[in-house]
Ligand binder design. Structure first.
Ligand code: GLV
Ligand code: GLV
Length: 323
């Protein structure tokens, strides 16, 4: 019988091809690069058996009610799933697919790029060249902090956290600390020391947030957290904006409590162009592009399509989230 699928955005063709080749799949789509308006999402999911969504779509009780009892599977083209209200989804027996692993390398790479851009002040340097602020090679100008001999602390040593650690170590990092719910045996591969969050915060020269957003990690990086950091320390977040209290981060950056911050994620997204964080030279903000390589986005869309089909057919999904 015919299975109805709703896709909430224009996605790379890799996934669209897989769905087009699937028998009995009737696809409708919000065919735009811009997010689906809420009203269109509520309309689009009506009677759907499958929903392919993105991290910008909040999938809550209202959406599930609008979809109705046909809905068997939700496939998100993301590794994060904090936009899905899992308690409501589970109650209805709906399966969930997501896209871990395939974006690990790209996201770790972007995180390293953001760390270096922040610590070595690349955006400021580029701006100075363009604006004529570059008058001479100057011994004291545009100095930053190097990784060599430093202590790096990673909050959340999961798949992406490990890939970040592996990429940073060759820069001459002296100690690698990590914190999280439990120690990880695989941390030995990167000489990672499992420490309490307070130790990580006070001893690290670079702090990288790479945990998922959960009730435990929401607002984790707040005034108390930043006040424990070293004055020369740099804060990087490529996970979810809501792990950080942005007002507290602004205060820490503007008062010189910490040296700099690099953020690939914010609350909200997009960050309004008049946001106070954007007035700071020591804050580098990127538009949530961790997984944005051509090939990674292609593979993510293919995996999201395969997860969707598995869920529709009641068979294995390549990456099913355990609810
Ligand atoms: C990106 O943030 C993702 O969750 O895939
Ligand atoms: C820098 O370019 C140097 O030669 O020291």
């Amino acid at each position: 019988k015919l299975m109805k699928v709703f896709i909430t955005r224009r996605i790379p063709q890799e996934g669209m091809k897989i769905l087009a080749a699937a028998e009995g799949c009737e696809v409708s789509q919000w065919d735009s690069d811009e997010p689906v308006p809420r009203s269109e999402l509520l309309k689009g999911v009506q009677g759907a058996h499958g929903l392919l969504c993105l991290l910008s779509d909040k999938i809550d009780q209202e959406v599930l009610d609008a979809a109705g009892p046909n809905l068997k599977v939700i496939s998100t083209m993301s590794v994060g799933f904090d936009h899905l209200v899992l308690s409501e989804i589970k109650k209805r027996g709906i399966r969930v697919g997501y896209t871990p692993d395939v974006l690990t390398d790209a996201t770790a790479e972007l995180t390293v790029a953001l760390l270096l851009a922040t610590s070595r002040r690349l955006p400021e340097g580029v701006e100075e060249v363009k604006s004529g602020g570059w008058s001479s090679w100057k011994p004291l100008w545009l100095c930053g902090y190097g990784l060599s001999g430093s202590t790096v602390g990673i909050i959340g040593l999961g798949r992406i956290g490990m890939a970040i650690a592996q990429r940073l170590l060759p820069f001459g990092v002296k100690r690698l600390l990590y914190s999280g719910r439990t120690a990880k045996s695989y941390a030995a591969e990167v000489n990672g020391e499992f420490v309490p969050l307070d130790t990580l915060t006070s001893e690290s020269d670079f702090i990288v947030v790479s945990c998922s957003l959960t009730p435990e990690t929401q607002g984790l990086c707040d005034k108390a957290f930043f006040s424990k950091m070293k004055k020369n320390a740099i804060f990087i977040n490529s996970s979810r904006g809501a792990v950080v209290n942005q007002e507290d981060l602004y205060d820490a950056l503007s008062s010189g409590q910490i040296a700099a911050a690099g953020l690939d994620v914010t609350t909200p997204e997009p960050l309004p162009t008049n946001h106070p964080l954007l007035t700071l030279k020591n804050c580098v903000v990127l538009p949530h592009i961790g997984s944005a390589t051509y090939s990674t986005r292609g593979v993510m869309s293919a995996l999201a399509a395969q997860n969707l089909l598995g869920g529709l057919q009641g068979s294995d999904m390549p990456s099913e989230l355990t609810l």
